[in-house]
Design a protein around this ligand. Structure first.
Ligand SMILES: [Zn+2]
Length: 402
């Protein structure tokens, strides 16, 4: 008979996953929590978060201890309490209750994950690397990305199996006597496990090595709804959360269809076309603004403000990206000073005048306006709020130095 123990603690949640209350004896009081001789609290593990709930000394329900987390440690299964546990708890008989709504949601979520992972293996031959199981949402991380059409098949089949209400069981086996038909179909790596294994089976569908807690039938899962899939990661909601998500998505889809004057089934292709058109327009816009900018700069170069030997160019290009302006400028003429405002807005100073450092000019500008910036003697910049005022301020600074 396999032991249902973890160090000194009997694992009641493995004997009956549907119990909500239990009694136990406190066998150790540690700084981080207490250890019990038996527990219904599932400790965090296998992608399933731990249970939460309450413990109290028999006959003293008024003074409950809140269990915030349960973890496996080398001292055993530790029930972490909201406040550090009092020594008086040692050897006391306690009663406990788990947060059943949370636990039941996690059981159903965990079972749904086994089922969905099994369907992904069936249709795509892709194994699950790890899973994050939460009350409202499950994330499955696959060993490789799954094509959309195969995922769709696995998703549909998972909901079908949920509806067909298959039985889910958990059994302990010794590795040495594990029936060959079970071993062959098992998901999970036997070699990394000890002499004894726990196998969770969905009748006729899946057999997995797992220490987590599951519901008795697939029907209890409810329904699953894909909330996202990207590369190797799939996210979905389940049960009443899935029903709400489905209703919202359905309403949103119809609203989108109306906006596009299309049928709901046409929305995807219409949006795809719109996105392609937008990308094309963006590309054209970039080309046009590049041409426009090149023309503007050319005009500027032909009509500079001349002062002694140097030429100063001042312009507000706050619609254009910094890189665009630099590219359009090409090579800088000697003994020139360019002062631009570019997108940001940023004040950009470029200098080919040895005695007029862009960095020093910007530093003085920063001092005067209290903004941030920096750069080198040839190119420097600062953040600005009002482009035209910034140009006036920097022009004064330049004039002072000439
Ligand atoms: Zn599991």
């Amino acid at each position: 008979m396999p032991s249902l123990k973890e160090k000194k603690t009997d694992l009641l949640f493995w004997k009956n996953a549907y119990l909500k209350e239990f009694t136990a004896k406190v066998i150790a009081v540690l700084e981080k929590g207490i250890v019990l001789d038996q527990t219904l609290f599932y400790p965090r593990g296998g992608g399933q978060p731990s249970d939460k709930g309450w413990l109290w000394i028999e006959g003293d329900k008024e003074h409950k201890f809140k269990v915030v987390s349960v973890i496996k440690t080398k001292e055993g299964i530790v029930h972490q309490l909201a406040n550090s546990p009092p020594q008086k708890l040692k050897d006391k008989q306690v009663l406990g209750t788990i947060d059943w709504n949370r636990r039941y949601a996690l059981m159903r979520a965990h079972s749904s994950q086994h089922l969905f992972s099994a369907m992904i293996v069936k249709f795509a031959g892709i194994e699950t690397q790890k899973a994050d199981i939460r009350e409202k949402e499950v994330k499955i991380h696959l060993e490789q990305s799954i094509p959309e059409e195969v995922l769709q098949k696995a998703f549909i089949e998972t909901n079908k199996v949920i509806q067909s209400n298959k039985t889910i069981t958990a059994n302990h086996f010794s590795v040495a006597t594990l029936p060959i038909d079970i071993e062959k179909k098992l998901r999970g790596d036997l070699e990394t496990k000890g002499k004894e294994v726990r196998i969770v089976s969905i009748t006729g569908i899946d057999q997995s090595l797992c220490g987590g807690i599951h519901c008795k039938t697939t029907g209890e899962i409810g329904f699953i709804f894909l909330s996202d899939f990207k590369g190797e990661t799939i996210a979905y909601s389940l049960g009443s959360f899935a029903i709400n998500d489905f209703a919202q998505a359905n309403i949103d889809l119809i609203a989108c269809a109306k906006m596009l004057a299309a049928q709901p089934t046409e929305v995807r292709s219409r949006i795809k076309t719109l996105v392609e058109e937008r990308d094309e327009l963006e590309r054209e816009k970039r080309e046009i603004s590049q041409i426009g900018l090149t023309c503007l700069i050319q005009r500027l170069k032909e009509a500079p403000i001349k002062k002694d030997r140097v030429r100063i160019f001042t312009e507000n290009f706050e619609f254009a990206e910094r890189e665009y302006v630099l590219k359009s400028l090409g090579g800088l003429p000697d003994n020139s000073l360019f002062v631009f405002v570019v997108k940001g807005p940023l004040l950009l100073v470029l200098s080919t005048i040895p005695e007029l450092s862009a960095k020093e000019l910007i530093n003085e500008f920063i001092e005067e306006t209290g903004t941030k910036g920096g750069g080198s003697p040839k190119i420097a910049q600062a953040a600005v709020e009002e482009p035209n005022r910034a140009i006036k301020v920097i022009t004064k600074i330049i004039e002072k130095r000439l």
